[in-house]
Design a protein around this ligand. Sequence first.
Ligand SMILES: Cc1cc2nc3c(=O)[nH]c(=O)nc-3n(C[C@H](O)[C@H](O)[C@H](O)COP(=O)(O)OP(=O)(O)OC[C@H]3O[C@@H](n4cnc5c(N)ncnc54)[C@H](O)[C@@H]3O)c2cc1C
Length: 380
Amino acid sequence: MPTSKTLPYDIIIIGAGINGCCSAYMLTQAGLSVALIDQNGIASGGSGAAGAFISPKISKAGELKEIIGEAHAEALKFYTTHFPEFTLVKPLLHIANSPKEGEKVDAFKYETHLKHSTIPHAIQALLSEDALHSASIYFDIGAVVDAQGVCKAMVKGIDFYPLKVEELIHREGLWHIGEVSTKHLILSIGAYPKLLPIDYVGLHGIWGHRIDIETSTHIPCILHHHVSISPTTKGGVVAIGATHDVHYSPFSGELYDVEKGRGQLLEKASKTLKLNNINILNDYIGLRSGSNDYLPILGNLVDADATLTKCPNIRHGERVDPSTYIYYPNVTMINGSGGYGFVLAPYLAKCLSDFLVEGKALNPALSPARFFPRWAKRQS
Ligand SMILES: Cc1cc2nc3c(=O)[nH]c(=O)nc-3n(C[C@H](O)[C@H](O)[C@H](O)COP(=O)(O)OP(=O)(O)OC[C@H]3O[C@@H](n4cnc5c(N)ncnc54)[C@H](O)[C@@H]3O)c2cc1C
């Protein structure tokens, strides 16, 4: 722990997942003094469990697809340029896991500008009949990063405080957390309890499980099918992971059967290809947070009570411009990245840095304030 600082930091970031670490990296690069706080260490939440693929989103046209498209290009460039030792670039084979998804894959193929080609014979020879005959797209370039390694590298040299933040106090223009203080607070706490009364922010958590294994089967590319199966930056180690279907809820007392989870992952992997001589090396279990409308969240936080006192008719459906809302002083949230946290983080952190350093406006479509009017109406 750094010796406690008497001067306020320019920025304190709570949450050392990929969003917190990438923001800390970019803001430090921009010349600001930054402190990072986490209750469990660097990349201990959803970020530590992530497969951390830098994959495009195969979906219909829309704002989310556009943002992830831009973020995907930026992320490939960012990780390969700044953290090449934690980044493995490999082709990526995405196989549809249902006829409905197959339709999306086929549609995506015709409109994407990303380079893709037919599946090489050597890879076809590895695939199960089901995988071979499902709709698929083989991208020439995909990437996977070492989730914990890259987060730790980003925050090297940045003051880190290992503590669980219980309350946030704002006094004399500064936010105080224990012995440290700052003008500007960033909340990158994923799907953990929110720290401020901001129930309107529509977030949900999904647990996921990844295993690292050794296998005598050579995996020549990144595969997404029923689960993701991928080579990693750690020579010879193959990662298998999923968030869908492999979730549990320890917060409600439901315990997770790790052994059973491993079995499910391996069974799903076997639907794609046969893995021989498997030795399980590690389990990673983590909570990822997604927003209720699937768009990521980046922006300042509305003070709900103060805003409803100022504009009580929002409760009855009156439309009020978000610039009229009252916001907590200098608190920005970065969150809600769903299954694309590693893809979105460099893009979101750059927007955040441009906002804080150069005063560039944030995209209002990503603002947490977007959830406020609907929530307020439900309070009436
Ligand atoms: C199995 C799995 C596979 C995934 N695969 C991919 C993938 O291939 N590609 C991809 O891009 N994304 C993937 N994701 C999603 C990605 O991991 C998340 O989107 C990303 O981790 C979100 O990062 P974050 O920084 O917002 O949150 P988190 O990583 O959850 O970080 C939040 C941090 O805040 C800390 N915190 C919370 N409250 C407090 C408090 N009161 N005091 C102190 N600290 C606090 C927590 O300890 C935690 O470390 C995957 C997720 C899982 C679970």
